[in-house]
Design a protein around this ligand. Structure first.
Ligand code: PLP
Length: 399
């Protein structure tokens, strides 16, 4: 990445170099403030953010209703353990249940934690000899040991082996491979209905239906990891609603609390009791602040009609970016579902990130060759155009 016009406070940089574990590749930029689809760095530079909060800020930076709910809650009751009841957690569960498949919620704090809970629930709900879960190449489920074992990408396993046993990997989209892997010990199938980190991969027609059918035939639990694709990102409340296939268990995180840390596992009323008292817990799970933020997020999306708007925005991005696939030899494929947008190149896409940042646009590259946008539902048409102008310009001048 070119850093000629990016800079940051040397004192902040030194704090990181001396005191922060270097497990992230960080841009040499220090952010201080965000509003909507804009963020400002400590040098006063402003960026248009097409990747706000790594998919967490689906309502943009600092959405007013979330800010207000959190500010009110934090002064009243910050944390109580899950040995008590409090209204907002129950209310948040109701809102999620009514917008999904009418089940029950378990709350935790991150995507990986939600998937850990789902993995446990699959094992708990099926007979003792059944423990294996089929997952998919290119999938991403998080970094804790269960979640990373479920993640069928060898680069995330290097140096960590042995992984948690019980995961079988199939190519994404290959029903025959799944069918071949099923045996008497198979308990479930875990899949992202749209792969996010894997490059915004939309499943081939009939794939999710086929998984549902295999699960039903073999008494397996079907788990959808909607950590990235859920919570309205695709223009439906949940990604599965785009495909008409309902899972038995669904995991949510990233944007579910409008940028506040929070996560949920949704499951049916029949399966839920298998997570019996004492078998699983999360100290901060569903805490009053996350609950209020989760409620405010859902209310904002509904009040402002943002699901329909998300589809409209997806179409606007498509109209702007699809012509690139015709125009540029190295632009291979555009994949869009609402505000999950992937533009796959035949060349390295990482330099595009730095070049766009130079021009004041933030976005992401994943899997080396896929430009990934996870923009906010609150974008204006003018902002879409402004960012796309930059991206198109950078791509036309890519060498
Ligand atoms: C980001 C992500 C996770 C991991 O979430 P964390 O909050 O980082 O643990 C899991 N699954 C999917 C699909 C994700 O996009």
């Amino acid at each position: 990445m070119s850093t000629s016009s990016t800079s940051m406070s040397p004192a902040t940089l030194e704090l990181f170099e001396r005191y922060v574990v270097p497990n992230y590749r960080r841009f040499p930029v220090s952010l201080v403030r965000g509003e909507g689809s804009w963020v400002w760095d400590d040098q006063g530079r402003r960026y248009l953010d097409f990747f706000p909060g790594w998919g967490c800020n689906l309502l943009g930076h600092c959405p007013p209703a979330v800010v207000e709910a959190v500010q009110e809650q934090v002064a009243k009751l910050i944390h109580v353990p899950n040995t008590w009841h409090f209204e907002s957690q129950g209310e948040w569960a109701r809102l999620l249940s009514e917008r999904s498949f009418g089940g029950k919620a378990f709350f935790c704090n991150s995507g990986a934690e939600a998937n850990e809970a789902a993995i446990k629930l699959v094992r708990l709900h099926t007979p003792p000899e059944k423990y294996k879960i089929i997952t998919f190449e290119g999938g991403f489920h998080g970094r804790t040991f269960g979640a990373v074992s479920a993640t069928a990408q060898p680069k995330y396993h290097e140096g960590l082996e042995p992984m948690l046993p019980g995961f079988d990997y199939a190519p994404f989209g290959d029903l025959q491979a799944v069918s071949d892997l099923i045996d008497d010990q198979t308990a479930g199938i875990l899949v992202e209905p749209i792969q996010g980190e894997g490059g915004i991969r939309i499943p081939p027609a009939g794939f999710l239906e086929g998984l549902r059918k295999l699960a039903d035939e073999h008494n397996l639990l079907l788990v959808f990891d909607e950590v990235q694709a859920g919570s309205g990102r695709t223009g439906e409340w949940f990604a599965y609603q785009n495909f008409g296939v309902t899972p038995d268990i669904m995991t949510l995180a990233k944007s579910v609390c409008g940028g506040i840390a929070g996560a949920a596992v949704m499951t049916t009323a029949e399966i839920a009791p298998s997570m019996r008292p004492g078998m699983h817990a999360a100290t901060f799970g569903g805490n009053p602040i996350a609950a209020r933020a989760g409620i405010a997020t859902i209310e904002t999306i509904e009040r402002e009609g943002l699901l329909a708007r998300t589809k409209e925005l997806g179409e606007r991005f498509t109209a702007r970016l699809a012509p690139l696939v015709e125009e540029l030899e190295f632009a291979k494929e555009l994949r869009v579902r609402g505000l999950m947008i992937g533009l796959e190149l035949t060349v390295d896409a990482t330099s595009v990130v730095g070049d766009c940042m130079e021009k004041g646009l933030l976005l992401n590259a994943t899997q080396g060759t896929v430009i990934r946008l996870l923009p906010a539902m609150t974008l204006t048409d003018a902002e879409v155009d402004e960012g796309c102008d930059i991206l198109v310009d950078v791509l036309r001048n890519l060498n």
